[in-house]
Design a protein around this ligand. Structure first.
Ligand SMILES: [Zn+2]
Length: 259
């Protein structure tokens, strides 16, 4: 069994990477702890627990956090399982958590996502998700995929951008929606009272060499770029979207127009 690669971003925020050995997509998942509930973003690229033990990983992380913070949480403690978007490599583990006590696994259609978060005017509205003493903003993010959401955690000041913005290929499937989403994220960024610290997407496909990516299917990435991107990357993505061509290569990402 290959265990998950867990990094605590702070005391209440875990970054989980599905190991490359278990699936070349090696997506990143994030687990955010509040007083009343935790929020898991994405469930990975496989439901085979012998190669990626999702349920065990999440159970252990929650158990450990609860043990570390005996006075800081509400019982029974809930888990919301949401998604950055509905592509298979981000939702494959959903069924492994479906029967977990106190757990809500969100549906993956735009209608289900809109209804759960309570968007009145999708995708332009920003909706608050309350974890108990911790607020996360859900921002409509279609363009890569119709149900995509970008999450902003006010506590860590991290923007979780899924596949919409990551150090890799940004697959633009609906150009109009994608451009409007990047514009929306730029407006959101510029309206924050405190500067956004960084963007964390769901994959690393770029190498440390500027503009050079590892092709799809690569399992060994010894010189991969860091996951975190600066908030200014949004302006670079926006500018790249105005350039013609199927593949617009920048130092830290590639816009892949596939729509
Ligand atoms: Zn995707």
């Amino acid at each position: 069994m290959t265990s998950a690669e867990v990094t605590w971003l702070d005391d209440d925020t875990a970054q989980i990477r599905q190991p490359k050995k278990s699936h070349w997509e090696a997506p990143f998942l994030f687990l955010l702890f509040g007083r009343d509930r935790a929020l898991l973003l994405d469930t990975g690229a496989t439901d085979d627990e012998t190669i990626f033990p999702l349920r065990e990983t999440i159970d252990q992380l929650i158990e450990n956090w609860l043990r570390r913070h005996p006075a800081r949480f509400t019982r029974p403690y809930e888990l919301i399982v949401a998604h950055t978007h509905a592509h298979g490599d981000h939702i494959a583990g959903d069924q492994l958590l479906a029967d977990r006590p106190g757990t809500v696994v969100l549906g993956t259609t735009p209608a289900e996502v809109i209804a759960f978060f309570g968007f009145q005017s999708w995708p332009d509205e920003v909706v608050e998700v309350h974890l108990g003493g911790r607020t996360v903003d859900a921002i409509g993010g279609p363009g890569h995929e119709p149900s995509a959401i970008v999450f902003y955690d006010r506590a860590t000041r991290i923007l979780f951008t899924g596949d919409t913005v990551c150090p890799g290929n940004l697959y633009v499937r609906d150009r109009g929606e994608f451009v409007r989403t990047i514009d929306r994220l730029i407006r959101f960024r510029d309206a924050q009272p405190k500067h956004i610290r960084s963007l964390l997407g769901a994959h690393i496909e770029m190498s440390k060499k500027k503009g050079v990516d590892y092709p799809p299917g690569t399992v060994h990435q010894p010189h991969e770029a860091p996951l975190a991107l600066p908030p200014s990357i949004l302006d670079e993505v926006r500018a790249a979207l105005d350039e013609p061509g199927e593949r617009v290569v920048r130092d830290r990402f590639i816009v892949a127009n596939v729509g």
